[in-house]
Design a protein around this ligand. Structure first.
Ligand SMILES: [Cu+2]
Length: 481
């Protein structure tokens, strides 16, 4: 009898393993202590995790190879893609505050690339900026220590000069989750939701039109978008929730040009964080505008009765100039299904009213005000020059940046290396404090941010995160000495 039970248990185990995608991997349990928030239970849509091969405490050592492969991104159709470790999105880097991270990277692509660790505060040498291209066939070790207080959701992607939009469109992007040493939120199902979009030719090839064609020109102007929306590389996946359950959703905009306006009809979302981690207090929201490269953390409460299906929607958002605005821009699109299970309802976990303290950067300590003017394809009237320094400053300085968009199209601002705080948008003070590395600057508006370069000298990029704009020169260099 005991044998039979063991066999049944083994059969159950092996069938559950077979049901997993082949690339799905888990952390090396021997070297990683349990996470404070329950990781990825009962979830069929989270990307795979990078495997930690280090046996040392507080050390995460992983390997990433970028290579051409063939995947079925859309059901029944195969496409040639660029992939990190063979999957789109790439496997998630799952680490804790204080971890020392070593990434053994190999470039098996036919072109130079880098890995940029978007939003992570790290040494310039490991930023994966266009200053440090990795040639085809070469390897490179990226190395950094995850700073205390930076728990949050980040992502990684290539950042080669002029080719970032192409590389991400081909499939190179992945998530990063930094867990807190002491997470103020209670344990709950933790979902990473990486949004991307793409466009395909009839034969399944990813559609990159000739830059000189009309369509190529529209892509360059708007930033390339596609009609197929993906969540973690799947079209319209289902996330299950139990009635009463609360889930933590970490949403990443991995699109090259699309800005999402997300809503779950009939639900209020509790936003608890953004790019650089948790807010001071949760904020109730009906919808979320998620610009390119931006992240949010929201708590989703299963308030529907058992058996209910609700669809997470992408609502229309007009980021475009009238002359190139897509004809279908007003269409609401579906992202994923939230399926309330038939299990008996559970009592929701209590969410603390205070999450953490964010000390405001002091405007009185600012030693310079930088003016950044976005026009179409230009920053302060110039295109990117790798040999030019646009802003020069010193370690320890606090500065205010006034960013103005003088044209009729949104341009999302991204600063490498340093998280900033938003002071005001069009003169309206920011209602709550947060650490940010992305800020959408809507058409004909301005915003002021404050930043302190508290460490890490080097040449850091700032740019528009519509990747076609970045690739065509909407980028500058901040040198911190
Ligand atoms: Cu732009």
């Amino acid at each position: 009898m005991a044998h039979r039970c063991t066999l049944l248990a083994l059969l159950a185990l092996s069938s559950s393993l077979v049901a997993q995608p082949p690339q799905r991997e888990s952390h090396n349990a021997a070297s990683i202590s349990p996470r404070p928030s329950a990781p990825r239970k009962n979830d069929n849509s989270n990307p795979p995790l990078l495997v930690n091969t280090s046996k040392l405490p507080k050390t995460v050592e992983v390997s990433i190879t970028a290579a051409i492969t063939t995947l079925s991104l859309q059901p029944g159709i195969t496409s040639e893609v660029f992939a990190y470790n063979g999957s789109v999105p790439g496997p998630t880097l799952d680490v804790r505050e204080g971890d020392h991270v070593i990434v053994h990277f190999r470039n098996d692509l036919p072109e130079p690339t880098t890995i940029h660790w978007h939003g992570i505060h790290l040494p310039f040498e490991s930023d994966g900026s266009p200053f440090r291209p990795i040639k085809p066939g070469e390897t490179h070790d990226y190395e950094f220590t995850v700073r205390p207080g930076t728990a949050g959701t980040y992502w990684y992607h290539p950042h080669p000069d002029h080719r970032t939009g192409f590389a991400i469109g081909k499939g190179l992007f992945g998530g990063i989750v930094v867990h807190a040493a002491n997470d103020p939120l209670p344990a709950m199902p933790d979902k990473l939701i990486i949004l991307s979009d793409n466009r395909f030719l009839k034969d399944g090839a990813i559609d990159f039109p000739d830059p000189m064609s009309h369509h190529g020109g529209v892509d360059e102007e708007n930033g390339r978008e596609g009609p197929v929306l993906f969540v973690n590389g799947h079209v319209m996946p289902t996330i299950s929730i139990r009635s009463g359950e609360v889930q933590r959703w970490r949403i990443v905009n991995g699109s090259a040009g699309r800005i999402y306006r997300i809503a779950l009809p009939g639900h209020t979302l509790l936003q608890v964080g953004t790019d650089g981690g948790l807010f001071e207090k949760p904020v109730e929201v009906k919808e979320i505008l998620l610009t390119t490269g931006e992240r949010v953390e929201v708590l989703v409460h299963g308030t529907d009765p058992p058996g209910t299906k609700t669809v997470l929607k992408n609502l229309p958002y007009d980021r475009y100039a009238p002359q190139t605005r897509p004809s279908d821009w007003e269409t609401t699109l579906d992202l994923l299904t939230l399926q309330t299970t038939n299990e008996t309802p559970v009592t929701p976990v209590a969410i603390p009213a205070t999450l953490r303290k964010i000390t405001p950067l002091d405007t009185a300590k600012s030693t310079a005000v930088r003016t950044i003017v976005f026009s179409q394809g230009l920053i302060n009237g110039k295109t990117m020059d790798m040999t030019r320094v646009d802003v020069s400053t010193t370690v320890g300085a606090t500065e205010i940046w006034e960013i103005e968009n003088i044209v009729g199209m949104d341009h999302p601002f991204h600063l490498h290396g340093f998280q900033f705080q938003v002071l005001d948008r069009d003169g309206v003070p920011e209602p709550y404090r947060a650490w940010k590395d992305m800020l959408n600057i809507p058409k004909h508006t301005s915003a002021r941010i404050i930043v302190r370069y508290d460490d890490y000298p080097g040449k850091w990029m700032f740019h528009c995160h519509i990747l076609d704009h970045e690739d065509h020169g909407m980028m500058g260099v901040l040198e911190v000495k």
